[in-house]
Design a protein around this ligand. Structure first.
Ligand code: T4K
Length: 369
């Protein structure tokens, strides 16, 4: 039996991509906002229901650009319960991360903890729609507006997610998507920055291309954050398949939920009313009542070549780069710390076979004490 990983990339039939590759080969335009880049950017903007979107090379660079666009220095309040890219982007952009705790239900930033973390040096809030679950966008929006702060969303997990029937990417000043191989929608590597207004999109377009305005002028501190023609062509083809992929994800999610929700000591993370999810991850929280620990359950599954992952443990506040920060103190982050010690993300991807999922469920049921 082959191993079952936490995810497996979505790939379209190769034949659908080959004509696009032929076009690239014929044209020899490989990069720098070529024809596939332009077509994919336009189609994705429409598909996601947003107004202003800039493709980029990956979400980490997208976050760095979104943050660096603020200029200057200061603090950015963020969650410790995320992938390393979230805090690293803040640091690379020249700001200091300040960690605030998360809410117990969603494991997203707790607006009250955000308020407590604000200081005169705060410049922005960087919230993460963790697992594609929608942050408390209304309250975070109010806090940012009333304090004159930028509100940026790490939407790496939130491709296609809606809140109250509109794209969640319409909230905040900027939202950044990831199209990494492991995501609901992938272009091998890639990402996009969604902006609230055309002027911000124009700044993002320049930033990702070294700050080049035209042949004679380069403004500001740009970098190379461009998506290439191969990734853009793949993105166009992937768009034709992503809805079916999300539907398959929904069915797998529902089966896990049905089979695991009654297991004592296990909690499946759910959504708030008003969310249209993308089923990006299937996190469970393993409580003492389950009988064995999260780590023991992960090991048990691994013995059967099933590779569930501890997204997100360790907390960002425990990483050597950040643990010296006053906000990284465990007493400041009890909810996040509890989740990091109990969370396990189960395999979830289009193509996960029903019999394999049944096997995973059975192992989890049997492993509990
Ligand atoms: N913000 C958030 C909240 C994020 O979660 C991420 C990325 C980012 C920002 C940054 O986005 P990008 O700059 O990457 O666009 C994985 C991904 O590498 C990472 O992109 C992702 N978050 C994170 C949650 O998960 P690892 O270290 O777990 O990856 P890895 O290589 O162990 O892959 C996990 C499993 O996926 C493997 O066991 C097998 C499978 N896999 C992976 C790859 C790369 C495949 O089957 N094929 C593949 O090509 O971080």
């Amino acid at each position: 039996m082959s191993p079952i990983h936490v995810t497996r990339p979505l790939l379209p039939p190769l034949q659908e991509l080959l004509p696009h590759l032929q076009e690239i080969w014929d044209r020899r335009i490989l990069a720098n906002a070529g024809p596939f880049h332009q077509r994919f950017e336009a189609r994705l903007t429409e598909y996601l229901g947003v107004d202003h979107l800039s493709l980029c090379s990956n979400a980490t660079v997208g976050l760095m650009m979104a943050l660096r666009d603020m200029g200057g220095e200061g603090e950015v309040v963020t969650t410790p319960f995320s992938f390393a890219a979230t805090a690293h982007a803040i640091a690379w952009a020249g700001f200091t991360p300040v960690f605030a705790d998360v809410e117990p239900e969603s494991l997203n930033l707790d607006p009250e903890a955000v308020e407590r973390a604000l200081t005169p040096r705060t410049r922005a809030i960087l919230a993460v729609h963790c697992y594609g679950h929608v942050c408390d966008v209304e309250r975070l929006g109010e806090i940012a507006r009333s304090r004159g702060l930028k509100l940026i969303y790490d939407a790496a997990h939130a491709f296609g997610v809606c809140w109250r029937e509109r794209s969640v990417l319409r909230h905040g000043d900027l939202s950044v998507l990831s199209f990494h191989a492991t995501k609901v929608f992938n272009t091998f590597e890639g990402g996009a920055i969604v902006a609230a207004d055309p002027a911000t999109k124009q700044r993002m377009d320049r930033l990702r291309n070294f700050g080049i305005v035209d042949e004679h002028a380069i403004e500001g501190l740009g970098l190379n954050g461009k998506m290439n023609e191969f990734c853009a062509a793949l993105g166009l083809v992937q768009l034709d398949h992503v809805e079916q992929a999300i539907d398959e994800r929904r069915q797998i999610d529902q089966r896990y939920r049905r089979e695991l929700s009654e297991v004592p000591g296990l909690r499946c993370l759910g959504w708030r009313d008003g969310e249209t999810p993308n089923f990006a991850y299937f996190p469970i929280l393993v409580d003492p009542a389950y009988g064995i620990t999260r780590d023991a359950l992960q090991t048990r599954l691994r013995e059967h070549d099933i590779h569930a992952r501890r997204y997100f443990s360790p907390l960002l506040s425990d990483l050597p780069a950040y643990r010296h920060l006053p906000s990284a103190s465990p007493s400041n982050l009890p909810v996040a710390a509890g989740a990091a010690s109990r969370v396990l993300c189960l395999p979830l991807f289009p193509g996960l076979r029903v019999d394999d999922q049944d096997r995973i469920v059975e192992l989890i049921r049997d492993a509990g004490g």
